[in-house]
Design a protein around this ligand. Structure first.
Ligand code: MLT
Length: 203
């Protein structure tokens, strides 16, 4: 199987459901396992490590500065991750019927890119602390996409207007987006995870 990304697959008790876990800068494939368990303790989990290094910290794509992305690399890495995920889902979870991405920060930004630029892999996406990953390029129609966004109004890394712009882009393309704002900064809180769990179970 495609070996571009270090990863972990944990089989759940319900083979129809898979969570794809995408960490923040400096994280790894294990980071969001507890969050995944909190969202759906029966689903299988595929934790994927970003394959770009920034001063020893794994990421999913290069950036030129904080919040300034290297678009060429972003598109290249998103394509690579897309192929990896397609392959990994076929390999580990050929009977999956509900695929949900859970991304935090840099992981949420690559998940947003997959949604906006690539053929559909995820039925639902939970994006914690995401920003608009690129501008002035094609964005797919996103009818039927179900998206939960969690954001901190005082997030110093992901400014509020960047998340709002992402929400506007996704909605303009037909996605159903539930946005949730917290009086927090960049950290992921239990409250956010709990609300994502409630959203995930509301269908
Ligand atoms: C990014 O580079 O994706 C964002 O700035 C968030 C982060 O620091 O990971």
């Amino acid at each position: 199987m495609n070996d571009t990304h270090q990863h972990i697959f944990i089989e759940g008790t319900d083979p129809k459901k898979v969570l794809i876990l995408l960490h923040g800068t400096g994280g790894n494939e294990h980071d969001l396992i507890n969050v995944g368990k909190h969202i759906d303790s029966t689903a299988s989990m595929l934790g994927v490590r970003g394959n770009v290094m920034e001063g020893g910290m794994p990421r999913y794509f290069r950036r030129l500065a904080e919040g300034v992305f290297d678009e060429e690399d972003l598109f290249f890495r998103a394509e690579q991750l897309h192929l990896f995920l397609k392959d990994a889902l076929l390999h580990y979870a050929p009977n999956s019927e509900l695929v949900t991405a859970i991304g935090y920060s840099n992981g949420a930004n690559i998940a947003a890119t997959l949604l906006m630029k690539h053929e559909k892999i995820m039925d639902r996406s939970i994006l914690f602390h995401a920003m608009v990953p690129y501008r002035n390029q094609h964005v797919h129609e996103l009818n039927n996409a179900q998206i939960f966004i969690g954001a901190g109004v005082n997030d110093p890394i992901i400014p509020k207007n960047e998340t709002q712009e992402l929400i506007d882009v996704l909605r303009a393309k037909g996605a159903t987006v539930q946005d949730n704002w917290y009086n927090n900064g960049h950290q992921l809180t239990l409250e956010e995870v709990q609300q994502a769990h409630n959203w995930y179970n509301s269908f």
